[in-house]
Write a protein that binds this ligand. Structure first.
Ligand code: DAH
Length: 346
């Protein structure tokens, strides 16, 4: 009987290696372990065996049974994994888009227009001797408000306008002016730098408002800086961007971190001309700026009796929209490649 069991085991092992389908494995299992299977048949004859023989055969047949069950389970898993891998190889999902990138190149759908303008503006300022600085998206109250002379009662601090973290100490920066503070902390005057990046406001979105948009901050600090210096750099920037001399005007504008503060407008061809109106009659508000408030210099560790400076905050999305005649700011963050692809050749 022991030989029979042994033969059955060997035979089973030989057969299971050749199984390629789960159904074959299950068939084999029932042929061996099923009610009318080979093992049951052998064990039926146990009733004629002596008690000693039973004692011997019992554990052996149990071991064989367990071994067969284990092999069946292992084979079923092996076949399942093989099938899944084969399916994956057939219908490849390239989560990384690696192959698409290799095939089409990194800029397959064109560089994002905001990124492109940002780089252009950075280059213009680099050529004028400015540094390009970065700053964190998650800021604290000091860098976003306090050091910028924004009082606690200012509406910009409102829960409705700003994305605060639960600790009510951190927030998503609402402007790149935070980089002014970080820039002052990290260098000694005279200096000049720009700081581009994303900013966040709790806005109801529409064609001209987004919850996330882009600014480029600028700051120059030194001795005897004047509004004339500010206008010079702004006009040079605009000339480079629009490839022609731009007429600008300054209007008074209020921002707690500058004094005096201005809105810089450019003379702009109105898109919706009324009858008899000159096409040059429009002014477009482009960039807020001003002379850095003494309190801001002080918060940055700079003596306002010795140094002064100017600062500006350029809205990059606005610039993109003007340059490419984009009617809705929400396209910029839509993630829709049909939008991005249009800028491939720019
Ligand atoms: N931080 C201002 C805003 O987001 C923009 C701004 C205004 C920046 C005047 C400046 C400035 O540097 O001088 O509304």
């Amino acid at each position: 009987m022991l030989e029979k069991l042994d033969a059955l085991h060997t035979d089973f092992k030989a057969q299971i290696v050749n199984c390629t389908k789960q159904a074959d494995v299950l068939n084999l299992k029932s042929q061996v372990l099923g009610k009318k299977g080979a093992l049951s048949e052998i064990l039926k004859s146990l009733k004629d065996a002596t008690p000693e023989q039973r004692k011997e055969i019992g554990p052996v047949s149990n071991n064989i049974k367990q071994d067969i069950e284990k092999s069946v389970q292992a084979k079923l898993t092996e076949i399942e994994i093989g099938e899944v891998n084969a399916k994956l190889a057939e219908n490849k999902i390239d989560f990384s888009l690696r192959e698409s990138l290799i095939e089409n190149g990194l800029t397959a759908s064109g560089m994002h227009p905001v990124h492109k303008i940002q780089r252009e503006v950075e280059d213009i300022f680099l050529s004028m001797g400015f540094d390009v600085l970065d700053g964190p998206h998650i800021e604290d109250d000091f860098h976003n408000f306090e050091a910028l002379n924004i009082p606690e009662t200012h509406p910009a601090r409102d829960m409705q306008d700003t994305f605060w973290f639960r600790d009510m100490k951190h927030l998503l920066r609402t402007h790149t002016s935070t980089i002014q503070v970080r820039g002052m902390e990290s260098r000694k005057p005279p200096f000049k730098f720009v700081g581009p990046g994303k900013v966040f406001r709790c806005e109801r979105t529409d064609t001209t408002h987004e919850m996330c948009f882009h600014q480029l901050e600028g700051m120059m600090v030194g001795k005897d800086i004047t509004v004339g210096n500010l206008i010079y750099f702004m006009k040079t920037l605009l000339k480079e961007i629009f490839k022609k001399d731009m007429e600008v005007r300054l209007r008074p504008g209020f921002f707690p971190f500058v004094e005096p503060g201005f809105e810089l407008d450019i003379r702009w061809k109105k898109p919706d001309l009324k009858k008899g109106e000159s096409e040059h009659s429009g002014w477009l508000e482009l960039l807020p700026c001003g002379m850095v408030h003494p309190n801001v210099l002080r918060a940055g560790g700079i003596d306002p009796d010795e140094y002064n400076g100017f600062a500006f905050g350029l809205g990059l999305d606005r610039l993109v929209m003007v340059r490419y005649a984009i009617e809705d700011i929400r396209h910029l963050h839509s993630g829709d490649l049909r939008f991005n692809k249009q800028f491939k050749s720019f």
